[in-house]
Ligand binder design. Structure first.
Ligand code: ADP
Ligand code: MG
Length: 262
């Protein structure tokens, strides 16, 4: 559905590519997690996947067509994207922000029709923010705001969700809610691509992991192929143990400096 092959992105004025010869494929009903240290190219990769930055080399295809050939609104009817950072200049209400997602389907400045309102309602319910619909967005907690953003993406009726660190700064309960929600959405047929620093959750929830290190995919595959102590130690520069298994997948425990893990 959405795939990259041999993808390289080099920003103007830089010598090292931010992403170098990366391949990946996002398929309906599955979650791909992109992991790696700060600055390893995760955001660049997802931005290239949705056509926000151009490939220097290689290709990105959405439904078999080069991503650069998609008109933005047409692309937004296929792909919902939550960027890592987003500022709103005005405290809109939750249902207004979710309604923005409908503009992927509407003529410029057209008003919302009955079907649009139904999709907005459904999206609010699906992300469990129906009770917040009249709240101003500057009054929301971090977890509520992320769910509102997911509702807005769902209002685009996408086939693919691309989420860049959707749980950064969320406590563990709210973080689990986001992962469970995205997993449910994939069970309903969506494809999901999630950038996250939560290696353990990525391993438990995702079908495929891609580990980036300085722009290169140094490991990719089912979670057990990536959750390897030697590999993670090298990439993250910190000693780890990977000997616990939860939900059938290996889990990582970082070691204390100089200490030994029981
Ligand atoms: P991550 O999301 O994994 O933290 P990024 O994709 O944001 O990594 O960044 C990868 C590399 O590209 C970093 O070295 C970063 O400084 C660089 N980079 C990101 N955006 C730009 C840009 N617009 N111009 C130049 N360099 C950039
Ligand atoms: Mg990033």
């Amino acid at each position: 559905m959405l795939r990259a092959a041999n993808l390289t992105v080099r920003y103007p004025g830089t010598t090292q590519p931010a992403v170098e010869r990366v391949g990946m494929e996002s398929v309906a009903g599955t979650m791909v997690a992109i992991v790696g240290p700060n600055g390893s190219g995760k955001s660049t990769l997802v931005r290239a996947l949705i056509g926000l930055v151009a490939a220097t080399e290689g290709l990105v295809e959405l439904e078999g067509r080069p991503i650069a050939g998609w008109a933005p609104a047409e692309r937004a009817r296929r792909v919902g994207f939550l960027s890592q950072r987003e500022e709103y200049p005005f405290a809109w209400r939750v249902e207004e922000v979710v309604a923005f997602g409908r503009y992927a389907w509407l003529a410029p400045l057209a008003s919302l029709g009955k079907r649009d309102r139904e999709v907005i309602d459904r999206s609010l319910q699906r992300a469990d923010v129906g009770d917040l619909r009249h709240r101003k967005i500057d009054t929301l907690s971090g977890g509520e705001w992320q769910r509102v953003r997911i509702a807005r993406a769902l209002a685009q009726e996408p086939r693919i969700l691309v989420l860049d660190e959707p749980t950064a700064a969320l406590d563990l309960g709210h973080e689990m809610e986001i992962f469970e929600l995205v997993r449910e959405l994939t069970a309903e047929g969506l494809a999901a691509v999630v950038v996250t620093h939560q290696l353990n959750l990525a391993a438990r929830f995702a079908n495929q992991l891609i580990l980036l290190d300085r722009g290169k995919a140094v490991a990719a595959g089912v979670p057990a192929q990536v959750m390897r102590a030697d590999l993670l130690e090298r990439v993250f520069g910190w000693p780890v143990d990977v000997d616990r298994v939860v939900d059938g997948v290996p889990q990582l425990v970082p070691r204390r400096r100089g200490g030994s893990h029981p």
